[in-house]
Design a protein around this ligand. Structure first.
Ligand code: ATP
Ligand code: MG
Length: 267
């Protein structure tokens, strides 16, 4: 089998036993194959981030089973899962250390899944790899290895975050609206880069986006969530031919609700 990730009947509630009790994930089951690039779409509060957080192990799930490469990680703590899972968030600051230089940030990322600790010196062989990888970003960062990351623009910093998340290829890459805070042009640059890295490194990836066009254009499978459940799951040729109106129709049919494009994109 080529299964990268297996999720069975995942449930998660917050603030249990209070008036604010909220059953956010209501039985999510999904089998993800190696090299799958899955886009996830859905309205605000649908449970998308909670879903990725439950895979990363931010909190224990209430019910269900999670396995990566056939290894049960349902009760594995987040720091252990981080050996297999990389994440990129909307805020580029979350993935990089402002006061460290580009090469120091990359050196930290290089250690992922290896023994903890911060290497004082960066070896020349390592620096060569960093330069090669940075050159591929096509942003000129390979000439600015000693520059503090805090001086980079949002787009440059998010590109660096992506590189850090993938320089040691993870078993699973989780992207939570990682282009949402960028202007349209920069967002497109980071999205193209994302697609290229995922293809080149043959990564298995899950990407949340509020942009339906993006969700349709990228990846080989699209999932739509509503009210804590998966209501649309399309892949292969069906996904390739999908249009925004198709997607809205599918949503209506499978959730019993009507939805406007604006409601999904803007929440
Ligand atoms: N740690 C938490 N404690 C309490 N409630 C939470 C927690 N995390 C998420 N929630 C609640 O779970 C629900 C789903 O939130 P989630 O962030 O998963 O939605 P989302 O689909 O990612 O939405 P958005 O598109 O706005 O990012 C929301 O009602 C949110 O308030
Ligand atoms: Mg979210």
């Amino acid at each position: 089998m080529n299964t990268a990730l297996e999720l069975t009947d995942i449930h998660k509630s917050f603030e249990v036993g209070t008036v604010n009790e909220n059953h956010v994930l209501k039985g999510i089951s999904l089998t993800i194959q190696k090299d799958d690039f899955i886009t996830i779409i859905g309205g605000n509060g649908a449970g998308k981030s909670t879903f990725l957080n439950s895979i990363a192990g931010n909190f224990p799930i209430d019910k269900g089973y999670i396995a990566i490469d056939q290894v049960d990680i349902t009760r594995t703590p987040a720091y252990e899962r981080a050996k297999y899972i990389s994440r990129v968030f909307q805020d580029a600051k979350m993935g990089t250390a402002t006061r460290l230089t580009i090469e120091e940030n990359l050196a930290v990322a290089w250690k992922r899944g290896k023994k903890r600790g911060f290497a004082r010196g960066i070896k020349e062989s390592q620096r060569k790899i960093f330069k090669e990888e940075l050159t591929k970003l096509d942003l000129g960062l390979e000439n600015r290895l000693k520059m503090e990351v805090g001086l980079l623009s949002g787009g440059q910093r998010q590109a660096l975050t992506l590189l850090m998340a993938t320089i040691v290829p993870p078993n699973l890459l989780l992207l939570d609206e990682h282009t949402a805070a960028l202007d349209p042009k920069t967002s497109e640059m980071v999205m193209n880069l994302t697609d290229r890295i995922i293809k080149e490194k043959k990564l298995t990836a899950l990407m949340i986006t509020h942009n339906m066009e993006q969700a349709i254009q990228y990846g080989n499978r699209l999932i739509m969530m509503n009210n804590g459940q998966i209501v649309v799951d399309v892949s292969g040729a069906e996904k390739q031919q999908l249009t925004v109106p198709d997607l809205l129709n599918l949503f209506k049919k499978n959730s019993g609700q009507a939805v406007t494009e604006d409601a999904l994109i803007l929440g």
